[in-house]
Design a protein around this ligand. Structure first.
Ligand code: HEM
Length: 517
């Protein structure tokens, strides 16, 4: 009898628990999103109609599947409708600011710099959030590194991380960049000598930039560091070679194996990095402060004494991972797309070679302090980052209601700022928006864009990319060494199909015909 009574109580308790859970899920996936949808509609923000539970994902996937690739002879830089076919088509019916849905998460699409300016005059850096759905999805990569933290935590991280990237500190890292690039050049020579002058430069440069970022972030002297590097690359493959359903209820369980594998790799990387940090803390003088980790620990120590606001060891680990994931592919792609554009424009290849000769003379002993004199190379970089921005979008999340003219963006709305669209918009750049014209940056750092927020390769406001000085240096070093050694032509086998895999990449690599000069 007593047992029966207990069983009834247990069943009742479980039923109540299930009902409670069901209520929570109904509210978070159905009631709240619908309330937000109504609010957004009421203040005039339209967009494609979402359906439960995928939002607009189905339509996005369908449109993505009809992406085209173009043979090298017909190559065009008018890429927006190819890389973001759904945004390009929704823009036609809903304008440059509208709402779309990833699962049950509303995203405000913005390709209108004036709207962005108005929002960012109301909301300053530390009051912006980063979309919670991406924070969860990318946790094994960034943890609570600078890219993802918010509020006062972001201020504390930025305060400690930013000084590590000042140009004086970066100078010490130039030798690592030269060494890794020279190793790649030697590999290319061996390939060419064996009769194979077609090289997939994307693959090669991503591998070299990965090595450079690992060396500049946490050194590569010991086996632990090499192990971290290999595991970081494996983690990246695991996360981005899978079909992910961000924002969809239970989306991460659609690929349980991959999710678990990413978690496991993330944990192993953390443990290895922690052991490197602990060993450095124990004998700080043994490892010179030349890499970013050394600089972070040094800065942490100084801030510790002044303010007591330091990074924990786990936060330092997350910053090392953030540098790796935020820094290597973006820089590698800037160089890769540059080689494509230079292969198409032999005149610019020659102009840069002349400039290198005039400014640097003998490149065997590269004088880093002279790199600033490579002005044309900087115009070329700016133009490449305009046409093929490696970071094709910037994301934010509203942490308060934001009023822009007669519209209110409700607290909690995610933002997707479409950098590719703005960089190719003829209303901002003129009729030659899709042409490669580096000289537009000759007298104007904004390349003649009609709105100062229309050119955002490194983001905007206080959260602008902290690593851009490192990129400028690496870009100039790698390109100087390559252009002084080889000439480049497009391989007839190249298919032009830029696509988004977190960054903007050539879908089928970049095979170029490479000849020693
Ligand atoms: C061509 C190369 C690069 C591009 C295109 C790029 C682009 C960006 C963009 C668009 C943002 C977002 C800014 C925002 O939210 O407004 C960003 C932030 C960031 N980038 Fe980069 N990046 C590059 C290189 C690097 C490198 C080399 C590193 C480090 C080694 C780095 C580390 C970071 C970090 C830590 C942030 C977060 C800053 C913050 O939220 O305070 N990036 N980057």
């Amino acid at each position: 009898m007593e047992f029966l009574g207990l069983a009834v109580v247990l069943v009742a308790f479980l039923a109540a628990l299930c009902l409670f859970l069901l209520l929570i899920l109904t509210f978070s996936w159905w009631v709240f999103p619908n309330q937000t949808l109504k609010k957004l509609k009421k203040c005039g923000l339209g967009g494609p109609i979402p359906s439960f539970p995928l939002g607009n994902i189905k339509e996005m996937k369908r449109k993505n599947n009809i992406q085209s690739s173009v043979a090298s002879a017909n190559l065009t830089h008018d890429i927006h409708s190819n890389v973001f076919p759904y945004f390009s088509s929704w823009q036609k019916s809903h304008g440059k600011v509208f709402v779309y849905w990833l699962g049950t998460e509303p995203f405000l699409y913005v390709a209108e710099p004036e709207f962005l300016k108005k929002m960012s005059t109301v909301v300053l850096a530390k009051r912006w959030g980063k979309p919670s759905v991406f924070r969860t999805d990318r946790d094994p990569m960034f943890g609570s590194g600078l890219v993802m933290v918010e509020g006062n935590d972001w201020v504390r991280h930025r305060h400690i991380v930013a000084p590590a990237f000042n140009p004086i500190n970066l100078k010490d890292m130039a030798k690592m960049m030269v060494d890794s690039t020279n190793q790649m050049i030697d590999r290319w020579f061996t390939r060419i000598k064996s009769g194979n002058s077609e090289i997939d430069v994307e693959r090669e440069i991503i591998a070299t930039a990965g090595e450079i970022i690992a060396r500049t972030s946490f050194g590569m002297k010991d086996d632990n560091a090499r192990d971290v590097f290999d595991k970081l690359r494996a983690l990246q493959m695991t996360l981005f070679k899978t079909n992910r359903y961000v924002g969809v209820p239970f989306g991460k369980y659609f690929n349980v194996n991959k999710t678990l594998e990413a978690k496991k790799l993330g944990k192993e990387i953390d443990e290895l990095l922690l052991s490197i940090i602990e060993s450095r803390k124990k004998s700080p003088t043994k490892n010179s402060q030349q890499d970013l980790l050394g600089l972070l620990l040094q800065e942490n120590h100084q801030v510790d004494r002044q303010l007591g606001k330091t990074l924990t060891s786990q936060e330092v680990v997350d910053e090392c991972k953030t540098f790796f994931f935020g820094g290597h592919e973006t820089t590698a792609l800037a160089i890769t797309w540059t080689l494509l554009l230079l292969a198409m424009h032999e005149d610019w290849q020659n102009q840069l070679r002349d400039e290198i000769r005039d400014v640097l003379g003998n490149t065997e002993q590269l004088d880093i302090s002279m790199l600033a004199g490579l002005k044309k190379m900087k115009w070329v970089m700016n133009e490449v980052l305009r046409l093929y921005p490696p970071a094709p979008n910037v994301q934010r999340q509203a942490r308060e209601d934001i009023k822009v003219d007669d519209k209110t963006v409700p607290n909690g709305t995610n933002m997707w700022i479409d950098v590719v669209a703005m960089h190719h918009d003829p209303e901002l750049w003129g009729e030659d928006a899709n042409e490669f014209r580096p000289e537009r940056f000759m007298d104007d750092v904004n390349g003649g864009c009609k709105h100062k927020m229309g050119y955002l390769p490194f983001g905007f406001g206080g959260r602008m990319c902290v690593g851009r000085n490192l990129t400028f240096m690496e870009y100039k070093i790698v390109l100087t060494l390559l252009l002084s050694t080889f000439s480049f032509k497009i391989s007839p086998g190249y298919n032009h199909s830029p696509s988004i895999m977190l960054s903007l990449r050539p879908s089928h690599g970049l095979p170029l015909i490479v000849h020693p000069l």
